[in-house]
Structures are given as C-alpha cells and as structure tokens.
Write a protein that binds this ligand. Sequence first.
Ligand code: ASP
Ligand code: MG
Length: 424
Amino acid sequence: MGLVVQKYGGSSVADAEGIKRVAKRIVEAKKNGHQVVAVVSAMGDTTDELIDLAEQVSPIPAGRELDMLLTAGERISMALLAMAIKNLGHSAQSFTGSQAGVITDSVHNKARIIDVTPGRIRDSLNEGNIAIVAGFQGVSQDTKDITTLGRGGSDTTAVALAAALDAEVCEIYTDVDGVFTADPRVVKKARKIDWISSEDMLELAASGSKVLLHRCVEYARRYNIPIHVRSSFSGLRGTWVSNEKPEGDAQVEHAIISGVAHDVSEAKVTVVGVPDKPGEAAAIFRTISDAEINIDMIVQNVSAAATGLTDISFTLPKTEGRKAIDALEKSKAGIGFESLRYDDQIGKISLVGAGMKTNPGVTADFFTALSDAGVNIELISTSEIRISVVTRADDVNEAVRAVHTAFGLDSDSDEAVVYGGTGR
Ligand code: ASP
Ligand code: MG
C-alpha cells in the first residue's frame, strides 16, 4: 500500500464535529496500511471572515499582511485535526506550508508553487506519523515571506505534495459526491461522473465549474497524478480524474459530452465605434494586458459600411471591470473609439466533451436546446472540445437545465446530494 494525499475542504472541517469525523476517516486510511498526508483548508468560512476583518481596518490591505492573516485559518484547522487524531490513539504532526516545503514565487495573494521539498513530511511519515499540512500557503523563495496561492488554493497544495511525494492518488474530499455533469445546486438531475479525462476537467474548470480549481487540475495533468474527488460525508466512490482512462474499470463509460458548466462571475465590456483598420484591436488589448487583466471571450462585429466603424466586445472577471474601464478611458484618445459599455448582468454556459470533435451534430443540438428554452445568445466562443455562449444572467440556470436535458445527461436515479458549503 502506498502513500495517499487527502485534502479536506473548509465545509468538511467546519466545526469540532467535522474535524472529528475527518480524523476518523484519516485514521481509517492509515489502518488500511497507507501512509497518509492530509491537507486541510480553513474551517468553514474562516477565510472570508478574515478578509472582511482586514477590510474593516484597511480598505486595501497590504498583500504581505493579508497573507500572514489568511494563513492563520489553515493553521487552526491543521492543529485541531492533529489533536483529534492523537485523541484516537494515532500519532500525527501538523506542518505549515513553509515547513512542508511549499516554495512559491513572491506574488502575494496569488503565488505560484515553484518547488516542493517535503523532507520534513517524509521524515514524519517514516517515523510512523500521519502528516497534516496547511493548504493554500507557502513561502517565497526570494523574500522568505509567507504567501497564499489564491482562493481555493488548498487543492493545488494537495496535488503538488502528491507529485513531490510520488503518491498513488490525491483524494480531494468535498461537500458533494464528486464531479457532476452540471452544478448539482442548479441541476437537481445532475449525474455523478465516474471518470473524466484531465483534458475535459480542465475545460470544465476554466468554464466556471467550481468543484476543482483549474490550477490544481493543470498541475495533476503535468505530473500525471490521478485525482479522486469524493465526499467526506459519505463513503461513496467519487469521480476519478486522470490523463488516461483507467484500465478494466467497468464503471467507466465513454461519454461524448462530459458536462455543462456555468459562470456568472464575468462581465462584458463593449468598445463602441472602433475604426475598422489594422492596429485597433491590438491597441485595445494591449491596454487591457498592460493593466494585467485576463480576458475570456472576444467578438468583433462586422463594421457598418456607411461609417467604417465597428464594435468590439470582450468578457472579463467582474472583479476586474472597474480597472478595465479606467484603463480604456485613459487611452481613449490614442485608440480612437467612441464610447464604452459595461454590462455585469451576463452569464456563460459551456458544453464540454472531447467527443464533440468527432460528432458534428453537437453544435446544432446545443443551439436548438437554447432556442427551445427561449434563451437569447449574445456571444459565442468555441474550442475543439467546448462550446460557450454568453446570455443574460437571469437565463443561466434555465439554460443549463435545458442543455443538460437535451444532451441526455439527466440522471434517472436519486437527486444529487449537496452536503453543505457553498460550492467552493
Ligand atoms: N481557505 C482558502 C479559501 O477559502 C483555501 C481553500 O479553501 O482551499 O480560499
Ligand atoms: Mg475555503
């Protein structure tokens, strides 16, 4: 039996009862002969509460200090979990991200892991301990300051440790039974997926599915670490995410479509009255990128023959909206457009599946489902394995359900269970 890395999210360790339940699960794995490393998130909504507190003392808290503050959340849960395990008669030691060897760059609040040197974790395991590691945090190689990996970053910690320790699997415990064909909070008939390729999972994560973080799946794919997403509230098999389909696994079917994702966290900017000549789009998107804003979809309309002017629309995270508008306003004279429009009442629906490469009817069926549901489409973008549309935010839930049904994804068994939490 090899080494397993298990990650428990905030809703799994929300209170003392939760911590004791998780401790039992970890001990169970240890009793089954595994070496166990458990990565934990902060209890419940601790991280949000700490951010609120920071904003009460300073509207824009300093990044370094915010990281110091937020990493305290994971310290609380790791220490309590180690105590709970000891109380069950097993030995456990807790480690901060820095002690566990999680080395990052120096970008506060969204640091990237650049190396993992888990010497202390290995020693602790070899001494027979269960190792508990604080998720979401590391230490900067250059500044030696404490960093955090961005919201939801504990998943990434778990996969990075699994890779560095050559674990046989990284188990991500959450408040649903696995990855579903749609968000079970929106689609009651969503079906649990038994296996999904890393490729499809990456695309779902990029399209707004919150069950796994994009960066975590990316890491797992690069280092070929299988992820098992499952619930800490039930003993059920969850969803396996891996590069290759597991051999001889009877439960795994080959689906054309993996799922439907949705995202209401984006806004749309329309640059109105752009001269239709070379260099205009370049100037607009240079301005946006100089402001360090990542954009998602782009469309340019056909220019009106009479005026030679066109409109360019793009989507971006709502949180970056203000910054984008300010940057474009400042460069207005240089770029030479007429006006800007900002719309944060949009939503995105995406259909994902590698099978669509070889099934030409998928696009037509997708648009038919939306039109039957009376949903108007504002923007469209595609990749080889995804079709996404932007609609009114109010239409999103209806649209997700319509598409889910149209592609035969509705489950005919029990309703999907959501055990707690908020979807993160
Ligand atoms: N506690 C952090 C957050 O809420 C990290 C995590 O949960 O993964 O974002
Ligand atoms: Mg959390």
